[in-house]
Write a protein that binds this ligand. Structure first.
Ligand SMILES: Nc1ncnc2c1ncn2[C@@H]1O[C@H](COP(=O)(O)OP(=O)(O)OP(=O)(O)O)[C@@H](O)[C@H]1O
Ligand SMILES: [Mg+2]
Length: 262
């Protein structure tokens, strides 16, 4: 298992944001978390990233528990898990070119690498996310939303993670661009052997990317299972109600067509 979460508990004053959640994500697997706003998805993700301390339970990355690690060992383990946010414009420093934005995490990950080595790695990353040399000298405001998200993905990949947390990775993009980014994520997962913890409000996105789905409600995981089974034959009444209310139902077909074509 690349990610193993057991009995996770996260409390804030007045609210138990994550309430006894256990889940795991296997190598090369995409696990999607769905649930209404405020049910604890992002808090769970932040805890997995080591940005939020749990009040109970454990998070293990590739078999190593996060708790108790300090300094170098903690940084090394945290590099295994990277996040891609919903809004790439907000996530990227507007004063840095795409080239510098990708070079920055490369410096951190490879402090001893020389200029040429980093340049080569950056070129490989730009290529992997479908950007060309002409994009490297551009600032975020000179790139489209989809291109910005590609830069954000390249930054995440720069430190060599095994698990990407994707928190609504396409919901700020329009539909045709969404399909391209979903294709890219699919391809990267296959070619780089990545695992994904996906958070999405969009059924079309979940259907396209996820192998398994977990349904959260008020901090608890009420149901989890293989995505086809859970999406088509939900067992829990809450899951059924949630799926009926989620957008993307009609768009699933449209998105699938766009993905086939591109
Ligand atoms: N830093 C914090 N301090 C206090 N309460 C918080 C904090 N972060 C989250 N919460 C609360 O924890 C609960 C879960 O929030 P969280 O952001 O994890 O939900 P979510 O499922 O990601 O929602 P959304 O779909 O709207 O992004 C909410 O009640 C929220 O108000
Ligand atoms: Mg959230």
């Amino acid at each position: 298992m690349i990610l193993d979460v057991q009995d996770l508990l996260v409390r804030f004053p007045g609210v138990t944001a994550v309430d006894g959640v256990s889940l795991s994500v296997a190598e090369n697997e995409c696990f999607a978390l769905v649930g209404e706003s405020g049910c604890g998805k992002t808090t769970l993700a932040r805890t997995v990233l080591g940005l939020q301390r749990p009040d109970g339970g454990t998070v293990a990355i590739a078999g190593t528990p996060l708790a108790g690690l300090r300094g170098r060992a903690l940084r090394r383990l945290r590099a295994q898990v990277q996040i891609v946010f919903q809004n790439p414009y907000a996530a990227l420093n507007p004063r840095m070119t795409a080239g510098r934005l990708v070079d920055e995490p490369l410096r951190l990950a490879h402090p001893d690498a020389g200029r040429d080595d980093r340049r080569r790695r950056a070129e490989e990353l730009f290529d992997a996310v479908g950007l060309t040399g002409t994009h490297r000298s551009r600032y975020p405001h000179e790139l489209s939303g989809g291109q910005c998200q590609r830069v954000a993905i390249a930054r995440a990949l720069a430190v060599g993670p095994r698990l990407l947390v994707l928190d609504e990775p396409t919901s700020a993009l329009d539909v045709s661009v969404q399909a391209q980014i979903l294709n890219l994520l699919d391809r990267l997962r296959r070619t780089r052997g990545l695992s994904y913890l996906l958070i999405s409000h969009d059924l079309a996105v979940v259907r396209h990317l996820a192998d398994r789905v977990g349904v959260m409600r008020a901090g608890r995981l009420v149901e989890q299972g293989p995505s086809a089974q859970l999406l088509d034959a939900p067992q829990h009444p809450y899951t059924k109600a949630l799926l009926d209310a989620m957008p993307g139902r009609g768009r699933a077909a449209l998105l699938a067509d766009t993905i086939e074509a591109s």
